[in-house]
Design a binder for this molecule. Structure first.
Ligand code: KIV
Length: 263
């Protein structure tokens, strides 16, 4: 695989070709992701759950993210590397800039932030200063206390309209990618068709431009496997084959299947 850039991902969108994204947290798995030819690696703050044993992503710190981002960058030089900004590290525009810069210096090529219209100024600021941004809407796990849990978002018309409007604002402010988590398939499809930037879904149905899964969920290692994920290790028996099977299934439109989606 040649080194993946934003241009590569935009070309996929223009050609209507789907691409896989997977989380990675350490150098060994990051290398496996590169060998499997997966275009995007996300150092997700899900590492709080799956690596560090917390019951949410709220305790994850900037030090945690810097440590794991640097490890992933050492193991993979080809996939585009996105790093999550952890809870409260982007509470103000100034904090966002300082913390995003640290993640980029640790090896990230893009940062991801959870939230909608209130991030407009921060996204604009990052974008103008040359830091690529991935938005994250729908179920935003850092806000699970405010959301009242981990339910599917955007089920009624007002909530769907809010997510749609937030997606437009993030794109307009300069976001380069957008993750939609746990939203009904028809909403995710409408947003993906409307936006010009690639939209990555998780629990968002087959109509998005790309799919992302948490590595430890798709290998069956997580204590609680969400409904929208699939264990690719069970049928392949080998990590490298599991990653390739996932990538192929996304590219061919065979994943997600109806049982992984929400109406
Ligand atoms: O932290 C993470 O792994 C994520 C993905 C679920 C999109 O944000």
């Amino acid at each position: 695989m040649k080194a993946v850039t934003l241009r590569t991902l935009n070309n996929f969108k223009s050609a209507d070709e789907k691409f896989p994204v997977i989380t990675a947290y350490d150098s060994a798995f990051a290398r496996q992701v590169e060998l499997a030819g997966i275009e995007v690696a996300l150092v997700g703050d899900s590492l709080g759950n799956v690596i560090l044993g917390y019951d949410s992503t709220v305790p994850v710190t900037m030090d945690d993210m810097l440590h794991h981002t640097a490890a992933v960058a050492r193991g993979n030089s080809k996939s585009l590397l996105i790093a999550d900004m952890p809870f409260m590290s982007y509470a103000t525009a100034e904090m966002t800039l300082d913390n995003a810069a640290l993640l980029m210096q640790a090896g990230a090529q893009m940062v991801k932030l959870e939230g909608g219209y209130w991030l407009e100024e921060s996204v604009l600021m990052l974008s103008q200063r040359g830091i690529p941004v991935c938005g994250h809407l729908g179920l935003t796990p850092q806000s699970f206390n405010k959301l009242g849990g981990y339910q599917v978002q955007g089920r009624d018309e007002d909530a769907a309209q809010q997510i749609f409007g937030d997606a437009e604002i993030l794109q307009e402010a300069g976001a380069d990618l957008l993750v939609l988590e746990c939203v009904p398939t028809d909403l995710a499809t409408r947003i993906s068709q409307h936006l010009t930037i690639p939209v990555i879904g998780i629990g968002a149905g087959p109509g998005t431009d790309a799919q992302v899964l948490v590595l430890y969920d798709m290998l069956g290692f997580s204590p609680r496997i969400p409904r929208f994920t699939k264990n690719f290790l069970a049928s392949t028996g080998d990590v490298q084959l599991a990653l390739k099977a996932y990538a192929d299934a996304v590219r061919n439109g065979h994943f997600p299947e109806p049982e992984h989606c929400f109406k």
